[in-house]
Design a protein around this ligand. Sequence first.
Ligand code: FE
Length: 344
Amino acid sequence: MPINKGAAPVNINNRKIINGGDADVMQLYPMKHLFAWDAYMAGNSNHWLPTEISMQRDIEQWKSPTALTADERKAFETVLGFFTTADSIAANNVVLALYKHVTSPECRMYLLRQGYEEAIHTHAYQYIVESLGMDESKIFNMYREVESIYNKDNMVLSLNEGIFADDFKTGTLESDQLFLENLCVFSLIMEGIFFYSSFAVMFGFQRQNKLTGSAEQIQYIMRDESQHLNFGVNMINTIKEEQPEVWSPEFQQRIIDLVKRAVVLEYTFATEVFPKGIFGMNAAGFKQYIEHIADRRLATVGLPAQYNVENPFPWMSEAVDLNKEKNFFETRVTEYKTGGQLSW
Ligand code: FE
């Protein structure tokens, strides 16, 4: 690029989430997509590390022959089996697919933060597995051996293949819809649905005062994930405004169908985790919970509810409410606004 002494500053009216053209991806200012900067700043003030959370009680309970039932152990292992690879899939999607095609520098700033957070999440699972002396090769390999985990991961990975291709480029209706589909699959389904029965399991343990260190790790992860989801939804809705042609009725139906497919995979997974039910959560409750969550995800991008069911686990809403004042889980931290100043 030759020097250009009379160059005009970037025209932010040309700045777009994708297909931003000559809006320079290296020139952060002036910003257009302020939600991305807000998310970046919030992510920084929520910073945490897995090693800051004590796992001592979990270690004692995991080693005790009586503290946990066989069903509880299986549920915990299966949930970790999903978690351990899910955030690696998420990180790959952010770094190897989304980042390359996003032309808004402020969105790229948040994607960098998000990529690091996905690494912290994978670290958290590794830390739990290591602290409890679990069989790493078994847990980290479960996505290939346990059908209900494999089916979820496979849905996300196979749908994302297109935008991972070396020759993939945005800029045609077809490719922009493929990009937007990736964003919907990744945000609404992977981060918005596929994590949630596993979150519910972990908070179920916490409500029984079991494995509370692990649950606290997951509580931090869930805060980050709801921010990732919000950011994804903001990108989806902004692309809809910037390029309304991509959000065609056919495309909307495509997303609804994918969400419905994901709901079935997710409650099939939940049934495998809890074949007999546990902590007052049974297969029917999970099905309804996942349907409830799916309707909420659809609503965030302006798509109609498909299930219209009540939330059977209202305590989960309290766990996800980012602005809750009260210390719901009576752990040391439920507010993440001043991460740097937390005393452990
Ligand atoms: Fe995430």
